[in-house]
Ligand binder design. Structure first.
Ligand code: SF4
Length: 204
């Protein structure tokens, strides 16, 4: 009987792939005949992992500091490449992503299923307006959107803040995440909360 194959997703903060993890993934892929898929959420998914090799694969990657996708983890922001790597970039998106992940690093359990996206200018390459929480850099500061989504019936998020500082971005995300947690039993997209009379932000 053919052995069952599964996927393992390695989380890549800010979409950066450390060279030692890349080398290990390459070696493991050769050893176990795996595929490597770059996911739409900017993570690295090892596919066709034989069930009997899962622990080995995870342990060898974890020794290099790799973390894995799993229930209850705070979502890593999906970001565009930003300033220094794009001529139109206004901000360092990696730095803002790092601030957000640091703020929520100790969070025990985050309810699914919202995503966060950041882009470094109004061209929206990382689709922040179609994401549950979207952050758009402009020349006058950040705009923040809530309740966007993709899928079969996409929605543009509601703009809830203009001309925000990076500190305000992180605080507003914290307010949204707490509200989502309070109003959600198990999982829920942010757009379903926009009509709640207690939603903490008006459209601006
Ligand atoms: S959103 Fe702007 S800064 Fe980001 S990659 Fe696109 S054009 Fe560049």
């Amino acid at each position: 009987m053919n052995e069952k194959k599964i996927s393992i997703t390695v989380l890549l903060p800010a979409g950066r792939l450390p060279l030692d993890i890349m080398a290990k993934a390459h070696e493991l892929a050769g050893r176990y005949d795996l595929g490597i898929y770059c996911s739409l959420t900017q993570n690295m998914r090892l596919i066709n992992v034989p069930e009997s090799a899962v622990d080995n694969v995870k342990n060898e990657l974890a020794e290099l500091g790799a973390d894995f996708k799993g229930p209850g983890k705070f979502p890593l922001p999906r970001i565009c490449v930003g300033k220094d790597h794009c001529s139109l970039g206004l901000v360092d998106t990696e730095e803002l992503s790092g601030r957000i992940t640091a703020r929520f690093a100790g969070r025990e359990k985050t309810k699914a299923k919202f995503k966060i996206a950041i882009c470094g200018c109004p061209l929206n390459c990382s689709s922040p307006k179609e994401t549950d929480i979207g952050v758009v850099a402009t020349k006058k500061g950040y705009e923040i959107y809530a309740g966007g989504k993709g899928g079969a019936f996409p929605k543009i998020g509601r703009r809830i803040k203009r001309e925000a500082t990076a500190d305000e971005v992180v605080d507003i995300i914290a307010t949204l995440v707490d509200f989502h947690h309070e109003k959600t039993k198990t999982k829920q997209r942010m757009y379903k909360l926009l009509a709640d009379p207690e939603f903490p932000f008006a459209e601006v």
